[in-house]
Design a protein around this ligand. Sequence first.
Ligand SMILES: O=C(O)CCC(=O)C(=O)O
Length: 278
Amino acid sequence: MVAPTSSPLAHHRLTPAEVARYNAEGYHIFREQLFPPAKFNGLKATFEHILDGLDAGVRPESMDVPHFQHPELFQWLLADEVLDLVEPILGPDIALFSSHFICKPRGNGQRVPWHEDSHYWKTMITPMEVVTVWLAIDPSTKVNGCMNVIPRTHNTGKLGFSDYDDLAPGIAVFNDEIKPTQRDPSRAIAIELEAGQCSLHDGRIIHGSAPNTSSIRRCGYTMRYMSAGVKLNSDLVGKFHNIYLARGQDRAGNTYGDPKQAYPELARFRAKHGKNGH
Ligand SMILES: O=C(O)CCC(=O)C(=O)O
């Protein structure tokens, strides 16, 4: 008899040591290609198509929840390559929480103020446990405004709920920013990625990025996942937000959206009522 060569966890793409480091530092840089080349190129072509169809005046940094209008994105959002990456952190029951193309055009790409994602989600989910996979659609470097994270801030200081100052509307991707006394950018790590690579970050970590004044566009696709044991505020379901069961089973009594269906009414509601933040 041939001894088994793989364990039930063999498809996991992070080692236990990498998971421990992610939990301690609040982020991880994944240097492999997330998807095989043809699959990545398909996502990039889909992104370019959505970008080309943006209404006049809509900034490309603000392509939030595109999957509500473009269910073809679930080919990537629910793909094993991504779920195998987050499963060692989240466990076997996984929900897709959200997604966002943050595309800084060359020359005049807006900066992302220092923030915690949790600041924008505090009335949405409990507990606040989200992993974002930030996939580089374009190369992302210090030159074109890559994301910076301040390690360990997800479990120190204000634990994801810092105090914020308002910013003048329209000058940055969000209209508020963590108070200067509650952040220390001198400790930040620049996450430079080749196209097709990705990073992971905890929803409570302090992060942000500089404007893009370079001649190279910088687009990242944020794919956000949580355990299916995290509860989405049921008042929001079908009106403001939907989540999707990606793997395993529901553990929180959530209602899940149908990935074969578009929900343009959610996008319309968000556009009408405005949304500052993720
Ligand atoms: O794209 C960036 O520079 C910031 C990304 C971000 O805020 C996020 O993924 O939560």
